[in-house]
Design a protein around this ligand. Structure first.
Ligand code: CDP
Ligand code: CDP
Length: 213
């Protein structure tokens, strides 16, 4: 079973992805970490994030064993990630790894921006997770301050709005809901309620597929 979860910044797709994967015993890939890591490596090597060719070279040399690096979770890393993520050449390099992860023996849960549209267009289940920008900013603000990072809620909201705009308007694999993705608006849902809603949507999609097959 392949579950594709897409949505804007801090919509809760990573938390849902992790919990859904644990529930079904599937491997989970947070694909945002790939773009964050490419941007980190580019900056370390002095590569201009706007140089598509150089950034794609960095992506080809990415070591996925470094995706657990806590430095990838900062606001700056997210902003840099969305700059390298605009380049089709970078996305092409990262596509192969994501596909091989998804199409492993058991299936997988992947979350990102283009899983249901580009990476796994034939996923068994597609969810598009959303929430109002203000609620998403508050969540990310609480997450960051909880980790001891000094930020203002206004700056987190500004980052989220800027990233949503860049991710939705780019030419290559923009953030858009796949026509066959179920919408999960978590504006008024805590994590447990969002998880239960996600499982209900997944079970409904699987039983529809079972009836059709
Ligand atoms: O967790 P959050 O939603 O804030 O960010 P993320 O999922 O780690 O993604 C960071 C950036 O990577 C996004 O703003 C996108 O520009 C890019 N990204 C992408 O283009 N495609 C994906 N499948 C995942 C992330
Ligand atoms: O992966 P994405 O950027 O979409 O979001 P996340 O990292 O899963 O969630 C961002 C923050 O919001 C985390 O601290 C979650 O615990 C929190 N969250 C929440 O409070 N309520 C939800 N329904 C979903 C996430």
């Amino acid at each position: 079973m392949i579950v594709a979860i897409d949505g804007p910044a801090a919509s809760g797709k990573g938390t849902l992805g992790k919990r859904v994967a644990a529930h079904y015993g599937l491997p989970h890939l947070d694909t945002g970490l790939l773009y964050r890591a490419v941007a980190r490596d580019a900056l370390t090597q002095g590569v201009d994030l706007d140089d598509a060719e150089a950034a794609a070279k960095v992506a080809s040399a990415l070591d996925v064993a470094t995706l657990g690096d806590p430095a990838l979770r900062t606001v700056g890393a997210g902003e840099s990630a969305s700059r390298v993520a605009r380049h089709p050449a970078v996305r092409t390099v990262l596509l192969a790894y994501q596909r091989s992860f998804a199409y492993g023996p058991e299936g997988a849960v992947l979350d990102g921006r283009d899983i249901g549209t580009v990476i796994c267009p034939d996923a068994d289940v597609k969810l598009f997770v959303s929430a109002s920008p203000e609620v998403r900013a508050l969540r990310r603000f609480l997450e960051l301050t909880g980790r001891g990072v000094a930020v203002s809620e206004a700056s987190v909201l500004a980052d989220i709005r800027a990233r949503d705009e860049r991710d939705s308007t780019r030419g290559a694999a923009p953030l858009v809901r796949a026509p066959d993705a179920a919408l999960l608006d978590t504006t008024n849902l805590d994590i447990d309620a969002a998880f239960r809603a996600a499982i209900d949507l997944i079970e409904a999609a699987m039983s529809r597929a079972g009836r059709a097959g």
